[in-house]
Design a protein around this ligand. Structure first.
Ligand code: NIG
Ligand code: FE
Length: 415
């Protein structure tokens, strides 16, 4: 057993004895300690404080000391919404979009999710694993220490199970905390275009029982959207998933006022995600609920949608998380540093709000806040150590620079 002591940390960020989900004004409160120390034993945070409180005598274990002068140490990003497992990128559709086609038009021509589904069903489990593993390594280097990954590019029994088994294997082999979400209801496969009930039956009768039996998912997701799944269909599918212990975490209000937020709240969803298109009723429903609103600004950016109304949601008292939505169609980047930059620059979130939303509230949106998302005694040592930086606000301000010097995942150096 070994210990690591960080000394002279310029600022230790998101230090908490208690770590409730943060809503409304609470998001602006980011507790920090200047000129701090941090002690890790094995994979766990065991002590922290101001340098002048560092009692060297308390350490029984052989300790490596690391001088962090000028550097900020913060918890790793908790990215609670991704589609990390996919077979191929879709830059050809990107060109179509540059030429003027909309996301919905591309989807209607058999592109979009259906294009990804075709390729996914042709790929082997090993191919998919290797591609996803490479992406996960890249994201770890960018500071992501916990991630939720969805299925939803299979749309067949075999394809959906293949995706979930790839996620299971990633979870077994990586020190990154991984949560799996079943998104069979991502769109209707071509052969069920005119038979929506037939595909819903396939999800409920053929996919969910295997997923439940093999414990392949933690959550159930539905793309609740005009032209995709209605609020009624969303509720039906989520309730079927809940019978197998899967909690809802749904795609809501991305392209239209779909009723997804109200549907998610009524189901007691852990989170409703996207929220580009919100009205007063949706905001009120979210503000009055436990459900977290997860904003995905890089998807809004890539699709040239209006950004999510973060300020209005915070003012209304909502609990807000930030995530990347990493996927080949609407957010071909899983870089949470960029998500945080964009949240401040385009959605006017304060640096403190964005950092809380991308760490502690992200952990809550994956139900792993008991071990991740803040610097707290007993939590896992998942740390970002920055390069020397002038201040905390420099992190969202200097978009495009990589300010990460090292990343620790459960006490092991990942970078
Ligand atoms: O979260 N909106 C639905 N699903 C994804 C996009 C999927 C795709 O285009 O491949 C999203 O944006
Ligand atoms: Fe998504």
């Amino acid at each position: 057993m070994a210990a690591t002591l960080f000394t002279n940390i310029k600022q230790l960020v998101n230090v908490r004895e208690q770590w409730p989900v943060l809503r409304g004004k609470e998001l602006a409160n980011l507790p920090c300690i200047d000129n701090a120390f941090l002690l890790i034993e094995e994979d766990t945070i065991v002590a922290y404080g101001a340098m002048n409180e560092l009692a060297k005598s308390n350490r029984a274990l052989p300790t490596e000391t690391i001088d962090a002068t000028g550097k900020i140490i913060m918890p790793t990003w908790c990215d609670s919404h991704t589609h990390l497992v996919f077979a191929a990128s879709r830059e050809n559709e990107f060109i179509d979009k540059l030429k003027g086609l909309s996301y919905a038009e591309i989807a209607a021509r058999g592109g979009g999710i259906l294009n990804s589904a075709r390729k996914l069903n042709e790929a082997s489990e090993d191919e998919l694993f290797n591609l996803a593993w490479g992406r996960l390594q890249e994201l770890t280097q960018l500071g992501t220490g916990a991630i939720e990954i969805k299925s939803g590019y299979g749309l067949t029994v075999a394809g959906e199970l293949k995706m979930l088994r790839v996620i299971k294997k990633l979870r077994e082999r990586s020190a990154v905390t991984i949560k799996a979400t079943f998104l069979g209801a991502h769109t209707y496969p071509v052969e069920y275009k005119e038979n929506h009930q037939g595909y819903i039956d396939l999800i409920i009768n053929d996919m969910l029982p295997v997923i439940g039996r093999e414990q392949l998912a933690d959550y159930i997701d539905v793309f609740c959207e005009t032209g995709f799944f209605s609020p009624e269909e969303t509720a039906l599918i989520c309730k079927a998933g809940m019978q197998y212990g899967l909690k809802p975490k749904i795609h809501a209000n991305q392209l239209n006022l779909s009723g997804g937020v109200q549907t998610g709240v009524a189901l007691g969803a852990v989170s409703v995600d996207h929220l580009e298109t919100m009205d007063d009723a949706a905001i009120k429903a979210l503000a009055g609920a436990e459900t977290i609103g997860t904003l995905l600004p890089t998807a809004a950016f890539f699709l040239r949608m209006p950004f999510q109304p973060a300020r209005t949601l915070i003012d209304a008292g909502c609990a807000i998380a930030l995530a990347s939505d990493f996927n080949p169609g609407s957010s071909p980047s899983g870089n949470m540093n960029l998500v945080v930059n964009m949240s401040c620059i385009q959605m006017k979130m304060l640096p403190e709000e964005a950092l809380n939303a991308a760490t502690l509230n992200g952990a809550w949106a994956m139900e792993c806040a008991d071990k991740l998302g803040s610097i707290s005694v007993g939590k896992k040592a998942n740390l970002i150590i920055t390069k020397p930086v002038p201040s905390l606000a420099y992190i969202p301000y200097s978009f495009g620079s990589n300010l990460i010097e090292q990343v620790m995942i459960e006490g092991q150096w990942a970078v």
